[in-house]
Design a protein around this ligand. Structure first.
Ligand code: FAD
Length: 567
């Protein structure tokens, strides 16, 4: 089974032999020397991370003039949206992972991989310090330094525990493939322990109480997957304890799935209640011990203790420590993610890029741009623009920053939201008053609370693909700086800035029902969306191998049910 590459190298060998025998050794030697002199040194690109952003960058980079070194503690890419399905055995862990070396093999770019984690970035000397993920012969971990011409930081984020006592020690997280496997084993463990004759009924109830903290998409999807697992499979296998089982979903905010359309939130809350999942909104977890979760009611301040058997913590993301250190080095203090410009280049550096969950496009810069658009429109400084001008301003802002539409929907960015409201209020009105200073204050007040793009696989993979395309065209643009530069007149960059294209989002709710929110305010909930979910997630797999495995796992589950063994 020879690959095209094998034939390609044989072909080159035949060519070389023909040249040597026909053209003479001397002539060939000269030709080699000339071509060697002409080959410029390859630029070293160091990629940190093999998640959505890093892998998308690697898959789209195809300029052989780069020498790529990838450093990541895991040698595979994991399809995270299917992790909740792994927790309950609907899908096997191996079906959603693709080895990075398989991705390299298909590329004609000089690439290498080191299974290690970055522990420090030295941006001044262009060096990255790494520690191997595997122990050496003396049972220690090797450390090494890698230098670079360009650094791509795509290391994702940590779980955010908000420093809540006891969370790290007692809760499961759902971030990595190993987490999902551990949860699967623990769920089965709980059922086995509760089935032991020596355990009291009270204790059985505690063991079979599954608490999920965080009513975002991950927490909700896991609650739904766990409910399906128990009600469709485990109740048949553990009839003695089936009535003692309970799931509680704890959310500090007023609603679960608050980033979705209100119709979806209402449907999800209603469905969970009908399914017997206890949804406790307005309930903040303040402490977790090995047997109890302490919560504080947001309205009344009342404290409650809930006994539990297994707890899963899923409340958002935080910054990795070495990224915090890097941010301090480059003067980005008190930030939750590395701030980049709209071309994903880290502010304060000129050859470091950051993408995915660990990065954010600098909000301040975006807000300044928005204010500038208003100012430009109000050229005579009257503080008033016509309604038509206002609508043109909004179209301009939405075109540059489509994510602003999301914030406005979520009632963030009050400055603009109020103006928009005003513009809708009176159809007879011809002009609209804008006080630039008030607008500025309102916009910049919410600045620090927002990550300008959502922390999703969609954003990360679009950023990876965008950056790879910029790298593929880098040399052409350097040779021809007057080329097709869209923003040349602003003198900012030779590529078009990154523009996120929101393709919609899903929330699987269990019982073969999914909520889908697609662009253009299109909302669909139910069985038909579940089939859309199956087709989208099958099509988004990174290889035909994982696609085939995932589809066969779904079929296996339909035919035989989920596997409840502890392996
Ligand atoms: P990641 O994909 O997390 O990758 C980070 C990479 O960096 C990993 O390879 C990691 O090993 C590596 N790394 C970590 N530390 C270091 C270090 N020190 N040095 C070098 N490398 C390091 N998004 C959606 O759009 N739709 C969904 O349905 C969806 N569902 C999700 C379900 C779950 C359970 C989870 C956890 C997330 C889900 N997301 C979803 C979010 C999505 O997974 C993330 O937004 C996405 O993974 C971010 O991509 P990334 O490349 O920035 O980080």
């Amino acid at each position: 089974s020879k690959t095209f590459r094998d034939y390609d190298s044989q072909f080159k060998l035949v060519l070389l032999c023909t040249t040597v025998s026909g053209g003479g050794l001397l002539a060939y030697g000269e030709a080699v020397a000339t071509s060697e002199a002409a080959v410029p040194e390859k630029k070293k690109v160091l990629v940190l991370g093999t998640g959505w952003a890093g892998t998308s960058f690697l898959r789209n980079l195809n300029d052989p003039r780069y020498e790529v070194h990838v450093v990541s503690p895991r040698n595979y890419f994991a399809f995270t949206p299917l992790l909740p399905s792994v927790t309950c055995g609907t899908i096997e862990a191996r079906s959603i992972v693709e080895p990075v070396r398989n991705i390299f093999r298909k590329k004609h770019v000089d690439s290498r991989f080191s299974e290690a984690e970055c522990i420090k970035i030295d941006a001044v000397n262009r060096k990255v310090y790494c520690r191997a993920n595997i122990n050496n012969n003396s049972n220690e971990k090797d450390e090494f330094v890698v230098d670079y011409d360009y650094l791509i930081i795509a290391v994702g984020a940590n779980v955010n525990t908000f420093n809540t006592p006891g969370v790290t020690e007692n809760c499961h997280f759902l971030k990595e493939v190993e987490d999902a496997q551990r949860i699967r084993r623990t769920v089965i463990d709980c059922f086995e322990r509760a089935s032991l004759p020596s355990v009291s009924d009270e204790e059985k109830k505690r063991i079979l109480h599954f608490a999920i903290v965080g009513g975002g998409p991950t927490g909700v999807e896991f609650a739904a997957a766990l409910h399906d697992f128990v009600s469709e499979d485990l109740v048949k296998l553990y009839p003695g304890v089936k009535d003692l089982f309970k799931i509680t979903l704890l959310e500090a905010g007023g609603h679960i799935l608050s980033m979705f359309d209100k119709r979806i939130t209402a449907f999800a809350e209603d469905k969970f209640r009908r399914d017997g999942i206890d949804v406790k909104t307005g309930s903040m977890v303040v402490k977790v011990s090995d047997r109890e979760i302490s919560t504080k009611e947001m309205k009344s301040g009342e404290m409650t203790s809930i006994p539990y058997g297994m707890a899963v913590w899923s409340t958002g993301i935080g910054t990795r420590p070495f990224i915090k250190d890097f941010m301090t080095q480059i003067g980005q203090i008190n930030r939750r993610a590395v701030a980049t410009d709209e071309w994903l280049r880290v502010e304060g550096t000129n050859n470091v890029y950051a993408l995915g969950d660990c990065a954010t496009i600098n909000q301040r810069k975006v807000m300044e741009d928005i204010v500038a658009i208003f100012k430009k429109t109000d050229a005579d400084n009257s503080g008033t623009i016509t309604l038509k001008e206002f609508q043109a301003v909004m179209d301009d802002i939405f075109e540059r920053y489509p994510q602003v539409e999301l914030f406005l929907k979520n009632k963030q960015m009050h400055g603009i939201a109020d103006l928009l409201e005003e513009s809708k209020g009176d159809v007879e009105k011809e002009s609209i008053e804008i006080n630039i200073e008030e607008l500025k204050t309102a916009l910049f007040n919410v600045d620090s609370q927002m990550k300008f793009l959502p922390a999703t696989a969609q954003v990360a993979s679009q950023q990876g693909a965008y950056l790879a395309k910029c790298f593929n065209r880098m040399e052409e643009c350097e040779k021809n700086p007057e080329g097709p530069i869209r923003f040349r007149e602003e003198g900012r960059h030779r590529f078009k800035p990154f523009r996120y294209k929101h393709l919609g989002q899903f929330a699987p709710l269990g019982g073969e029902q999914t909520a889908a929110q697609l662009p253009g305010d299109w909302v669909s909930i139910g069985h038909s969306s579940q089939w859309l979910w199956y087709s989208v997630y099958a099509s988004k797999q990174v290889s035909w191998r994982t696609r085939a495995l995932v589809v066969s796992d779904w079929m296996r589950r339909f035919i035989f049910g989920r596997d409840s063994s502890q392996i």
